[in-house]
Design a protein around this ligand. Structure first.
Ligand code: SAH
Ligand code: SF4
Ligand code: F3S
Length: 459
């Protein structure tokens, strides 16, 4: 473990930057792509920038430093970044002191970072996911007009002590582990985020207490595969029971769960711990055993259905959401129909669906039998049509249901309505006073739209 807050060289670098930019009123703007891992890294980058004396800009136009925190999990994420980086050239002409940085998962792929470095000479800083902790040193260089290119393979360490500027609200994320060891054959994440490493539970608990002190009441514990969290024998269900005890915490969520590691202990923890929410995101990816094998997912459809049944029988009102990929290399029409069948059988409350996107360097990208783009799109549309039937069908059982929502805000689309989620992640819209934002409110459901419910507040 590296504790950055005890790194005097880094603290000195921050002090030097603070002194050199003082009085200049410099502003930063961070644009984040991808998952919550990146969102949270951006909060840490913002934390370091604030420590260096920057304040947050409202938009790119008024920024003196723009950072793109990139994702490369699917092709379109990549295309968008290249487009948006090109667009900043104009802003640099208007504001000569503007510094542009590109970081995150996409930059951890050295070939892509090289390409960006050559193609966009006006990019000042390029750095990978393992370089976050060195940000003040890189910023100092960039402020001295030196170009930064920093991509390293080092991934064995957990870094603690970085300040974070969290998105304001009632709900926030805490990383419990980094990286992934699963190497699903389609996935780039293990290559750009390195091997799995779990944080010390003491550090996690301290962070939980800290964010509760700042006013957050809902926490989502994050990892690519939280079920394999392990720190000196402390497992994920044990960690949940420790966090559950922290005073002031109202709701505890977690993601993502890999079906191969979902244990009975975790199901029991979800059923028995009062703050742990009754929702699980359990990506299935495919409903065909042959495709699951080729994806290296290491479970079968039968095992997955067994988990679904266990969850449903032990946890009242539990809801399950998922991720699905269509058009994986070699996926036959029969395989695809098996996925649609599984979707009908499980009854998900929501699902994120993707057309398979070949990622350079992964095993699946080199497989024969790649599916043509048109066919992938057809399957994606067909699968979404199945979900458009099955998701609303799951809403009927909620008519007359009573439960608590944590009010998140007001929706002004038609008439102003408060919205918030039940413990099981179902969104409910109700009439009510804006003062209720941030509190738990008891509601009774009397209608539904596509994947949300409507109702009214009851005493
Ligand atoms: N660690 C999580 C999420 C990883 S990325 C998990 O294991 O579930 C989020 C989702 O993106 C994945 O669940 C998968 O459905 C999708 N995905 C990942 N790689 C992809 C690829 N190459 N093409 C299409 N979808 C992909
Ligand atoms: Fe990617 Fe699989 Fe790891 Fe999830 S579990 S991040 S899909 S390799
Ligand atoms: Fe997340 Fe994208 Fe990286 S999904 S881990 S930001 S590749």
């Amino acid at each position: 473990m590296i504790d950055v807050s005890k790194d005097t060289q880094m603290m000195e670098a921050i002090d030097r930057i603070r002194a050199s930019v003082s009085g200049l009123n410099l502003k930063y703007f961070i644009e984040t792509y991808g998952c919550q891992m990146n969102e949270h890294d951006s909060e840490k980058l913002a934390g370091m920038l604030v420590a260096c004396g920057y304040t947050k800009a409202e938009g790119k136009n008024e920024a003196d430093l723009i950072l793109f925190n990139t994702c490369c999990v699917r092709e379109h994420a990549e295309l968008r970044t290249f487009g948006n980086v090109g667009f900043v050239k104009e802003l640099k002409q208007q504001n000569p002191r503007l510094i542009l940085g590109v970081c995150g998962c996409m930059m951890q792929q050295k070939e892509v970072a090289d390409k960006l470095y050559k193609r966009f000479p006006f990019v000042d800083m390029i750095f990978g996911t393992h370089e976050l902790k060195n940000f003040p040193f890189m910023l100092e260089k960039a402020l001295n007009n030196q170009r930064v290119f920093n991509i390293t393979e080092m991934d064995g360490e957990v870094v603690e002590g970085l300040p974070a500027e969290r998105t304001p609200g009632f709900s926030t994320f805490i990383n419990i582990m980094y990286g992934c060891n699963n190497f699903c054959t389609y996935c780039i994440v293990p290559y750009v985020r390195g091997r799995e490493r779990s944080r010390n539970p003491e550090d996690i608990l301290n962070e939980v207490r800290e964010v509760i002190g700042q006013g957050y009441s809902e926490i989502t514990l994050l990892g690519q595969n939280v079920n394999s969290y392990n720190y000196d024998g402390i497992t994920f269900p044990m960690l949940l029971s420790m966090v559950n005890l922290v005073p002031g915490l109202v709701r505890l969520r977690f993601m993502t769960s890999h079906p191969k590691d979902l244990s009975d202990e975790l199901i029991d923890a979800m059923a028995s711990l009062d703050k742990v929410c009754k929702h699980i995101h359990l990506p299935v990816q495919s409903g065909s055993n042959e495709i699951l094998r080729r994806m290296n997912r290491r479970y079968t459809v039968e095992h997955y259905m067994e988990l679904v049944n266990k969850l449903r029988s032990r946890i009242a009102d539990v809801e399950i959401t998922t991720d699905i990929i269509v058009g994986f290399p070699g996926e036959t029409e029969e395989d695809f129909q098996a996925t649609c069948e599984l979707v009908r059988n499980v009854g998900y409350s929501n699902a994120y669906t993707f057309a398979y996107s070949p990622r350079q360097g992964t095993i699946a990208a080199a497989m024969d039998e790649q599916i043509p783009q048109d066919e992938k799109r057809r399957r994606l549309n067909a699968l979404n049509a199945v979900l458009a039937e099955t998701i609303p069908a799951g809403n009927e059982k909620y008519i007359g249901y009573e439960g608590d929502i944590l009010v998140e805000g007001v929706d002004h689309r038609d008439e102003p309505l408060l919205f918030g989620k039940l413990s099981n992640f179902k969104m409910v819209y109700v009439k009510g006073d804006e003062k209720l934002i941030g509190s738990l409110v008891h509601v009774r459901v009397d209608g539904f739209r596509f994947n949300s419910l409507s109702g009214r507040i009851v005493e």
